[in-house]
Design a protein around this ligand. Sequence first.
Ligand code: SAM
Length: 284
Amino acid sequence: MSLDESWFSEPVPEHGTAFSLKIRHKLHEERSAFQKIEVYETETFGNLMVIDGCTMVSTRDNFIYHEMVSHPALFSHPHPRNVLIIGGGDCGTLREVLRHACVETATQVDIDERVTRVSERYFPELCESNGDPRAQLHWQDGIKWVKEAAPGSCDVIIVDSTDPVGPAEGLFSLPFFKDAFRALAPGGLLVQQSESPLLHTKKIIRPLHDTWKEAGFADVRTLHFPQCIYPTGWWTATLACKDAPIRFAREREAENKPFETQYYNADIHRACQATPEFLRRALG
Ligand code: SAM
């Protein structure tokens, strides 16, 4: 039985799964120089952004992803001053990063300016910090940006990209990780969205651990969180420290956050690092 046109579906044929949302109508569709961008108004999840047929952001559940790709890394770093976001064009990650008063610069480098322009229109709440004087928005290939970044210029690099196909493919490659390693200052942290443990352990998560170690990173951990609009509803970010074991450096601050979150807190910070048995085996 197939769903009628009042549903948006993202099928993953190779895994025999699909995620669907009932929609009211399509609000936007364009083909940018890099990808097809669509926005739907849904019945129960607010607006939904889709890039090349893959769900990116919904009004209702984006807070989990955006908080989890930013706060665990930022509270693990003792003094995150300069943060680089690669991708992240919807600006939700940028907003979370800027909640940390210790951040002096937050540089977002997305290849596609159109994603931000569409987000400004349909997800204005995610873009509310774009005018912060600490924020810089650039429209360039993040791979090139990191290659040319001054050595030791970043405390935290967040890779908030699309899946590893098309322009994002190189963001999952050893040369990019070596460049990120070089761009990080001592004690620097790299965090990258790393897809679903149920579907992508062999293809993404395990190779990420291996290539990050090959690039020189001292400690690598995968963080788990729910994200119902992504395939299987179970998602991860993988976190690495350049030259030391990852630690909860600002634990006290996380316990008394000077800003509100909807998902992240100090307990979640500790819990999300627990490794399920099958993943522990897969990671050797
Ligand atoms: N939360 C989302 C997810 O996991 O599905 C990611 C959202 S964010 C919109 C992804 C962004 O990555 C897009 O705006 C896309 O333009 C950007 N992107 C893809 N490849 C890139 C590259 N090589 N350099 C910079 N940005 C890139």
